[in-house]
Design a protein around this ligand. Structure first.
Ligand SMILES: [Zn+2]
Length: 376
């Protein structure tokens, strides 16, 4: 792990070089591990901020969704599924072609959740990568919207995010251990999401095919998944298909780190609980991504994750549904010549990825200033 830093004159978060970060057992702290880092404060008038990982706040998230809503896309819907204990929004997004929402239409649903653990900010960047891609005009996104209904609750623990908690809700609960019996009073956001999923499961017109809960991991590298163990060997094998396909699409995703388990300690997680409730055609995963770095296939050097790399992983998760459902021929049909973009047009979702609400030129300008060059 290496902290990130920004200053008032260089507002883009940058990671400290690993060579300036030290871990050691410290005799002054009862031989506990201590992390320290060397850093040069080069501008007296600047205010400097340090963080464990790139922050992604509740406020930023709300602005991001407000901006998406303003685009009036007929395939993007935002609703409030509930409220947290401190009255913050539990947002639910639906991304699909309006045809799939007609009365009586059959739906294949992919359900995605994030930030149940509020300190795991990479979860939000991955989730934003998924959303940005799915609402784009990319032919793959158009085909996915035609065939699937994406239900996304990107921030399951808004109070924890707002308060700066690392793992818990306002009341001190680890919400990812309460899926078995969430209380509408003590765990209102979890209760709301669970009720919706169960309701969809009981609807004969709805086929809930995937549930993916996005987390960040503090010791492992790369992106990887946790899945469930089933007695049915065929189902167990089929569960490995999606992570294998994702591994082909994303250089930072590791199939070898992906594992399947039924530890007692994970019994209250969304992945374990829903894996036991949903039928044999549904797959439930935890998607983990490293807080720090990845080793791309065929290389040995660790590449520190950037905000853009986290979003790229999200984009690749979304694209993988095309392979899973074998929808490639549909994309070829759609691949008509695209109109030329104006020089000042926004980048497509497949191109440069950047934080929501940041003008692209300003973003490029900041990224050329390397704050960490001045570390010692
Ligand atoms: Zn987590």
């Amino acid at each position: 792990m290496a902290p990130v830093v920004k200053s008032t004159s260089r507002p883009k978060w940058q990671r400290l070089p690993p060579k300036n970060v030290y871990y050691y057992r410290c005799p002054d702290h009862r031989k506990n591990y201590v992390m320290s880092f060397a850093f040069c404060f080069d501008r007296e008038e600047d205010i400097y901020q340090f963080a464990y990982c790139y922050p992604y706040t509740y406020t930023r998230f709300q602005h991001y969704l407000d901006n998406l809503q303003k685009r009036n896309m007929d395939y993007f819907f935002r609703e409030q599924l509930g409220q947290s204990m401190q009255q913050r929004q539990l947002d639910l997004l639906t991304i699909t072609s309006p045809d799939n929402l007609r009365e009586g239409a059959e739906q294949k649903v992919v359900f995605i959740t994030g930030r149940v653990h509020p300190g795991e900010t990479p979860s939000s960047f991955v989730c934003q990568g998924i959303i940005d891609f799915l609402v784009s005009q990319h032919p793959i996104a158009c085909v996915l919207r035609e065939h699937l209904v994406f239900k996304i609750a990107p921030m399951l623990n808004p109070d924890g995010v707002y308060l700066g908690n690392y793992r818990c809700s306002l009341m001190g609960f680890d919400l990812n251990r309460h899926w078995l019996d969430p209380s509408p009073w003590a765990h209102p956001t979890l209760h709301g999401v669970k009720q919706l999923i169960i309701q969809m499961h009981n609807d004969p017109k709805t086929s809930l095919e995937f549930y993916i809960d996005i987390h960040a991991h503090s010791t492992m590298m790369n992106g990887f998944m946790y899945g469930n163990i089933f007695e049915d060997e065929d189902r167990f094998q089929r569960q490995a298909v999606f992570p294998k396909l994702l591994c082909q699409n994303a250089e930072d995703f590791s199939y070898s780190s992906t594992s399947f388990n039924r530890d007692a300690v994970k019994a209250g997680t969304g992945r374990r609980f829903l894996g036991g409730v949903l039928d044999h055609t549904s797959y439930c995963y935890t998607l983990e991504v490293s807080f720090y770095s990845y080793i791309a296939r065929g290389t040995t050097a660790a590449v520190p994750y950037t905000e853009e790399a986290y979003m790229k992983l999200g984009q690749n998760v979304a694209r993988t549904f095309l392979d899973y459902y074998r929808l490639d021929p549909m994309v070829e049909k759609l691949a008509i010549p695209m109109p030329r973009l104006r020089p000042d047009a926004e980048p497509e979702a497949t191109g440069e990825m950047r934080p929501a609400g940041t003008p692209s030129l300003a973003y490029r300008r900041h990224s050329t200033v390397d704050l960490v060059d001045i570390t010692v």
